[in-house]
Design a protein around this ligand. Sequence first.
Ligand code: 8IG
Length: 277
Amino acid sequence: MTDIHDNPLDAPNADPFEIAARAAADIARLTGVEKHDIALTLGSGWGKAAELIGETVATIPATEVTGFSKPALEGHVGTLRSIRTPGGRNVLVIGARTHYYEGHGVRRVVHSVRTAAATGASIMVLTNGAGGIRETWQPGQPVLISDHLNLTADSPLEGAKFVDLTDLYSQRLRDIAHTVDPSLDEGVYTQFRGPHYETPAEVQMAKAIGGHIVGMSTALEAIAAREAGMEILGFSLITNLAAGIQKTPLSHGEVIEAGKAAEPVISALLARVVEAL
Ligand code: 8IG
């Protein structure tokens, strides 16, 4: 069993892509599934989707897979799950996200995405719980991510890799999601580094520069997914209106409650979208 401070990604000469390839080999061995087609990261509020997508072939603790960090919260075991859809596709569900605010560096943050690509997945579905800047949005509402603002001042790319992000959140995949649910709204996701929520002034800044959603994940993962050649679909569950937009203070408890209440509805939506991809 590896310690959280003993991760191959942290070795001075580590090649994150070689480590992702080893992780993919671990997944193939432990699940018995040679190739996955779609990968799905389930953020807060989206967890129930795993049960609705298809038949679970195997569930494995993330700690058994090379390079995956121990969960940030004690007792919160991250798992990876291989699911076969009714349409016959293999979906890798990643229930173990490493956040940038954990402070282990961006390589650990995007390792699951690089591993997903190494398993063969060509589509990366990224979901999260987030704050809404648009006043018309309600807590519990899912929205599509149309683009992002990366305010972490970091990148998962190392060296001179000039990756094009023009269609980062694939228009083709968003069109499919809209076909499944024409009422879905879209917005620009703004990644702050957290773990504190924004000040009201920071929310106004995000709004002024074109942001509609505020969160602490996804943008760095999307960049790594594109670098790896995947098509990306992003969903945010608006669990709260952003600081200063909602008049009451933000509480983690409230955020969790909103996620729980919305979970059955948005999980069913996500399962229908995955089947349509
Ligand atoms: I859930 O209001 C959730 N995650 N940055 N701001 C940021 N992240 C969040 C928020 C929020 N709500």
